[in-house]
Design a binder for this molecule. Sequence first.
Ligand code: SAM
Length: 283
Amino acid sequence: WALPDPEASGAASAGDPPLRASIARVYDAALGGTHNLEIDRQVLAQVRAVAPEVDDLAWSNRRFLGRAVRFLAEQSGVRQFLDCGSGLPTAENTHQIVLRTDPTARVVHVDTDPTVIAEGGALVAGDPWCRFVAADVFEPAQVLGHEDVRDLLDLAEPLALLQVGTLHHHSGDDGAELMQEYVDALPSGSWVVVAHFLDPGAEGLGPLARRMEQVFLHSPMRSGVFRAREQIAAFLPGLEIIPPGPGRPGELELCDLWWPDGPRLRPLNPVQQCIAGAVARKP
Ligand code: SAM
């Protein structure tokens, strides 16, 4: 998957409407946001045709992000966050959750979508501890070497690297290598958070995952791969996954079951069983 061209997610030229659906805007549409266009809603409608509950995929991911960031901000001691593929600013963005706990923590959001950079930049304008940076999160050297990242974050100090809802948009089979590059660059005591579309083949939901994948891959976004547990776990090389709940082993878990805010009274629907996440620490 290559960096989107300007047409893919922004205006072809100033004043022209975007020509293709974008990952950020389709995700925004699934979350019920207002930063999306008819072309984005059409993609979502195509996915809903094969998976009517697909909006829950976005919500499971987004709620997991919120709980994981709150946990890290309140308990890990880490005071700097690198939010890869931050998405369009909605409610409860990473920097808002972090700064509520620690007003002088530092947060750098990274995305390739020009709308994300423009809207996010406006949101944090005047805040010296937050930035929105345009870079390809599947190119670790580009992100880690970016002058704004270097300016705001001290890479010699532990930090939290978030890849939430991003790596399934990397179609290549070198995801583990690129994550290894990030992990190698992080000091001991750093944290990595991953959430990823899951192909729960063994649980009999493989056909549903593959139907959604086919729509995503054939949409103008051309990305959205559902991977098996082992493939997703490989994105956390050499890291200690923390238990996803009381008395549980440290392993990848469905996003909705990762330290939920309350008891689960209703079973997860099939779509909610197609996204998994983990929070892990570099020893
Ligand atoms: N992390 C947020 C969350 O979990 O709520 C947003 C996830 S959204 C599904 C994925 C985001 O990753 C989009 O905003 C998209 O523009 C961005 N993205 C996709 N590929 C990217 C790349 N190669 N480099 C930077 N951002 C990318």
